[in-house]
Design a binder for this molecule. Sequence first.
Ligand SMILES: *[C@@H]1O[C@H](CO)[C@@H](O)[C@H](O)[C@H]1NC(C)=O
Ligand SMILES: *[C@@H]1O[C@H](CO)[C@@H](O)[C@H](O)[C@H]1NC(C)=O
Ligand SMILES: *[C@@H]1O[C@H](CO)[C@@H](O)[C@H](O)[C@H]1NC(C)=O
Ligand SMILES: *[C@@H]1O[C@H](CO)[C@@H](O)[C@H](O)[C@H]1NC(C)=O
Length: 956
Amino acid sequence: MYEKSGLPPYSAAAPELPPGRRRVMRRRPRGLKLLAFACLVFIAYAQWRQFTQLPPSSHANAKITVNGLSVKKLQEDLATCSKLRQKPQNPIGAGRDRNARYIDGHAPTLIKNATTWVGEPTEGTPPEDARKGKGYQWISADVFLEHGLVKRVESAIAASELPKDTTVFDAKGRPLTAGIIDMHSHAGVDSLPELRGNEDTNEMSDDITPYVRSIDGIQPDDHQVQIIKSGGVTTSLILPGSGNNMGGEAFVIKMATGKPDGRNETSAADMLADPDRNWRYIKMACGENPKRVYGKAGEHGPTSRLGESWRFRHAFEAASKLVREQDDWCDAAAARGVENMKDYLPSELRWESLGALLRGQVHLNTHCYTIPDLEAFVDHSNEFKFKIRAFHHAHQTYLVPEILKRAYGEDPPAAALFADNMWYKAEAYVGSEYAGKILYDNGLTPIYVSDNPVINAQHVLFEAAKAYKYGLPYHAALASVTTAPAERLGLGQRLGKIKPGFDADVVVWDSDPLSVGATPVQVWIDGTAQYEHPVELDKPAAELITPDESLAEMAEEPVVLEDVIFKGIMNLPASVNRNDPPPEHGWTLVVSKGKWACFGSCRIEAALAASSNVPVIRLRNGYLTESLTAFGSTLGLNEIDAEKDTDNGADVDVFSRGEDGLVLDGKKLRVAHKYGVTKAISAPKFTSGGTHHGTSVGFLTGAETPLEEGAVFASDVAVHYTLGLSAKRGERTPSISAAVGAFRHKLLEAARSLNETHKDQYSESAFLQGVVNGSMPLVITVHSADMIANVLKIKAEVEKATKKMIRMAIIGGAESWLLAKELAAAKVGVVLAPFQSYASTWDQRRALPGAPLTNGTAIDILLDAGVVTAIGLEEDWLVRDLGLLAGVAYKNGGGRLSENDALDLVSGNVYRMLGLKQPKVLDGHFVIHEGSPLEIGSRVKGVSDGRGVVSVFEKL
Ligand SMILES: *[C@@H]1O[C@H](CO)[C@@H](O)[C@H](O)[C@H]1NC(C)=O
Ligand SMILES: *[C@@H]1O[C@H](CO)[C@@H](O)[C@H](O)[C@H]1NC(C)=O
Ligand SMILES: *[C@@H]1O[C@H](CO)[C@@H](O)[C@H](O)[C@H]1NC(C)=O
Ligand SMILES: *[C@@H]1O[C@H](CO)[C@@H](O)[C@H](O)[C@H]1NC(C)=O
């Protein structure tokens, strides 16, 4: 049974009689007369009854009232009235003996010696201080879990005081937090790997479907549940999609299912975080999606934001009307006696959930990106008097805090965000990685979410970590995935904190949760440990982050200088070739007229420059590195994915050159440059982002026009083909086998005609000649191990024919780890894109999710086999994160990589596998960072791309 008991009965058996009967009567005049007569009789009866004051018991045995209605049903309706008017309260935490989700027989657990984040400031901290982070701290504590609850959080709990069957877990001083809460997920309804039969995210039969429920599609055995949990996520709000304006009801579930997770059964109902269902949840969406995804001009709308608002208002009006009719009925039934009612309680299943929203029983989460969307929706909230718990994908909220504060209700909606995922469509084109900080400064609440599978929810905590990097205070960043979503879900007394009375959803981490690569050592849900043999990464003892408030001082736009001095450089790339240790206060770099004037101690040069007012940038723990390179993205060929005019297009059947489509000086490229990714190597798309067809072009992300000197540093870098799932979309390649055959045929043809000269040196066959004679690399976009095997076989066959070695690399590579040895032997490089696959598509299904589930991910196995490996970008927004992704490889690599090796994954290794000369530090291509670029707290301070200037990020 799904419905909360007591709500209007909507079973098929619910009587439709009264409206039907009215309709019949209206059509027949004689019936009308009869009705008028019956009314008169009834009025007389009612008055008589009032005068005579008959006790109701005298009719107790009657089944049918004088109006011909069922007494039982009327009494049920009356009971429903009180349910309709119930105002849900946030369910209590403290005061419970046991968690309603607790399953008998599970032993208590003592987690000893944990460095614990309680989730709230020490008692007595004034709220304005707490907002600034005062009173929040990591405390050393033992945590006792029993009956699915946190029972005690104290230092040194004596085992002798605890039940005999208590399991003891030694946290060894590592960080412990409440389980992570992801307030925007489609896990279970959008199961992975993507298969049409499993896709239940959007109900597209109508634009307004508040009446559908995500729980009806949740697949408890979606393997993502396990992957997501392995990232410490214990609770998720499962929302319907945003294809229509009103998507339907949402449900909060815990990420434990079936016997192996300590549950009684494998069912969605068993996953509900609050089995008593105190609150209900609903999802709505405004803006691009409903008009683009749902609206079809001439068939059905909405086709514009104008139409969307009308649809919202129309639906809210219908629901308001139902609420009013119900209230009128309930008032009348109370005043006159329910048996005197002429009709049953009005009910309409279509508007039931919206009615409950208007009654304050449902928490509303709305997807709205842009200012007009936010403004219109806030307007609806005031017109129809309903509250908004959070705006999701709320990219532009940071621009308009005052609009949020105008929303109906006492507290403004929170903003549920990605840290830095944007640009994918027009409404996502305006966004800022500083949004969280700006919202927080304006008294609003940022919450970080995955929109799984848009972002792999396993790593939703990384979104919060990046928010910290971009200036959100440390405690607010941790709150953004724990206490803040708990509060917005109405479960703030149960979830998100480590305090007695809270649900025992607990994670012990191998490092500070906001550090790069933080990974759970163990996860408990309702007090039950989720892993019998978790893989634990080999890491140095956890060092907690000292919150760095200076991260909030952001320098968004660079100052472009020809002369500048950097002091305090402690770390260098191998190409600088310096073996002496840095002096105590680090090395100095003097840049004059865009050139290295001095590097070393440079006392005289620095003094001289300083005397002529050359700016001096003093670094704490400065890093000088090679510039980073984005290989295989759509940078330079695309600005907004969903907008054709801003995109080069896709070349399924035509082979073309990246250089011929290059468009410079866009927003993405400026961001790339700002984050030290000064070079990109991009090829035209085959079908969509992450697929390639044609030759790639190497260019500077900071250049303004292609004719600028050095703007294109390599014209036709490599020949690209795609042999992923989309390979069968070509006109002449309707199957994968046909695509592989066509690919082999092309290479063998090229091998056969090796000594022919091509009339057009830019033709596909001319480039292929370069491939088979070994002068031009061949890069294949492919994930599946089976397809990689085909590629290796074809490579060997062609090489046998030509007696020449083909230089080859793979982009994608989710399953490449299965052939790591073979790839190494064939000297084929791998660009992992995504870096950490989460099996989102069928051809990636054997991807490794990493600890605590698997011993490492693809990169570890490739590196161990000696494969030249790089980290690619599956989507362009990741350009800000290249250094951090290399950081994950470094931190979670068990010592496989040095810091410089890790940075090579996003710079040198790309060139190594392509046989291309890398423009290096001494050629004027360098980045200056404060702190290690592999760490969350680092910042880019200076960027130079060989064009004679340095972009400096510092308020001068
Ligand atoms: C779980 O199953 C056990 C044994 O069948 C039963 O005693 C217990 O009540 C069940 N608990 C829940 C929460 O369903
Ligand atoms: C807690 O763990 C740390 C790190 O292993 C250790 O140094 C310390 O002695 C432990 N404290 C207690 C009370 O066991
Ligand atoms: C993980 O694999 C490495 C080798 O790559 C091995 O040294 C280590 O012992 C393994 N760890 C576990 C927990 O299996
Ligand atoms: C290319 O070489 C093959 C044999 O290796 C020869 O038969 C053919 O005539 C040559 N073609 C040209 C255009 O020289």
